[in-house]
Design a protein around this ligand. Structure first.
Ligand code: ADP
Length: 353
């Protein structure tokens, strides 16, 4: 029966019961030659109809509610404790439709949850795979150096010192991978709180340049500002985190820079924001790699071919997380063999008066 409600079902079934009752009573009257006055007859039929309608309607309701209550119980037990909908024992014609809608909604919620869990599972698997892959190289290197030293290399002045130094380099690499991993996991778990303050971007960039001077000098790379900044360029952000952003961008600019290259840092006033650009004259990034450089563990062709000497592939992922935590944006432009420009925005700050 289409669009059947408990009321309709009860009505039709009561009609059938009453019809059967009437036929049987009529037959009995005829067979027994009994004479029953017409009003008793009509009264009996009406009584039969009303009573059977009430009984059937009640039974159906109890049956449906029992079944649906069970479904609701299952949904609500699985749903959040604040399960917003409650079964209402009043309007029985709506109850099945309401239950149907709720079950569909519940099923779609569950489907979304399952998709989310699947994505997380893939991410976890990839993450573990990437971490072990990144750590494998320095560990195997250390193992190789130590074994060579134990096998007599320790007494060989031609290699003992250099192997120990290379062991130290591999250990440093492991430490930096682990530090990056810690940073990214803190950023991704949302644990990292931003400590906002007003500070001068130029002063902070100068500090980073000083720290990286040695590495830049090794490649004879000169670092300079796009113009003379004689007044502070104030931004409102977490100073330490932004220092990490600038450091990671500069480290990359040196790492992927060419000998005798240049790195230029510029700040632009953009009304409510300050745009900072780090431009290098390095190897550049192929167009097809550009959309992926901010992915965690992504390493470009050139970085991977550095035989373990490259980074962990986490530097730019950390940069992006920090900038996005400030609700700002970062982007990159690059031309292979010419160089790259990483540009990010920050909220403008005010100078202490
Ligand atoms: P990595 O540890 O490999 O440097 P990053 O997340 O810092 O990881 O960078 C991801 C990739 O982006 C690098 O492997 C490299 O291919 C590319 N890249 C980043 N910065 C630069 C740059 N300044 N010049 C050229 N390529 C870069």
């Amino acid at each position: 029966m289409k669009d059947s409600s408990p009321k309709k079902l009860a009505f039709v079934t009561a009609g059938l019961v009453t019809f059967t009752y009437t036929v049987i009573t009529m037959l009995a009257d005829i067979l027994l030659y009994a004479f029953v006055p017409w009003y008793v007859y009509i009264g009996g039929v009406a009584f039969m109809f009303v009573v059977s309608y009430l009984i059937i309607h009640r039974t159906l309701n109890v049956f449906i509610y029992d079944k649906i209550r069970l479904i609701y119980k299952t949904i609500h037990d699985l749903k959040s404790p604040s399960g917003k909908k409650k079964i209402q024992s009043g309007n029985s014609s709506d109850i099945i439709r309401q239950a149907n809608e709720d079950v569909v909604e519940w099923a779609s919620d569950k489907r979304k949850e399952i998709e989310e869990l699947r994505k997380m599972e893939v991410y976890r698997r990839e993450f573990l795979g990437n971490v072990s892959h990144e750590l494998k190289t320095p560990i195997f290197n250390i193992q190789g150096f130590v074994l060579t030293l134990l096998d007599g290399g320790l007494d060989d002045p031609a290699i003992n010192r250099s192997y120990l130094m290379r062991t130290e380099q591999s250990i440093n690499r492991m430490i930096s991978i682990i530090e990056d991993l810690e940073t990214i996991s803190r950023l991704e778990s949302g644990e990292m709180m931003l400590n906002y303050s007003h500070f001068d971007m130029i002063e902070m960039v100068k500090e980073v340049i000083e720290l990286l001077e040695m590495e830049a000098n090794e490649k004879k790379i000169s670092i300079y500002f796009g113009r003379i900044y004689d007044v502070p360029v104030m931004v409102y952000a977490d100073r330490k985190k932004i220092q990490q952003v600038v450091t990671n961008l500069m480290v990359n600019a040196i790492k992927y820079g060419k000998e005798n290259g240049r790195i230029k840092v510029s700040c632009f006033d953009m009304d409510e924001h300050i745009l900072t650009e780090v431009t290098d004259s390095g190897i550049g990034i192929p167009r097809e790699e550009l959309p992926r450089v901010f992915e965690r563990f992504y390493r470009g062709e050139k970085s991977r071919s550095r035989n373990g000497g490259g980074g962990s592939g986490l530097g730019l992922a950390i940069v992006k997380h920090i900038i996005e935590a400030h609700q700002q944006t970062i982007n990159v432009r690059s031309t292979p063999d010419i160089g790259s420009t990483f540009a990010f925005t920050l909220k403008k700050g005010v100078s202490p008066s």
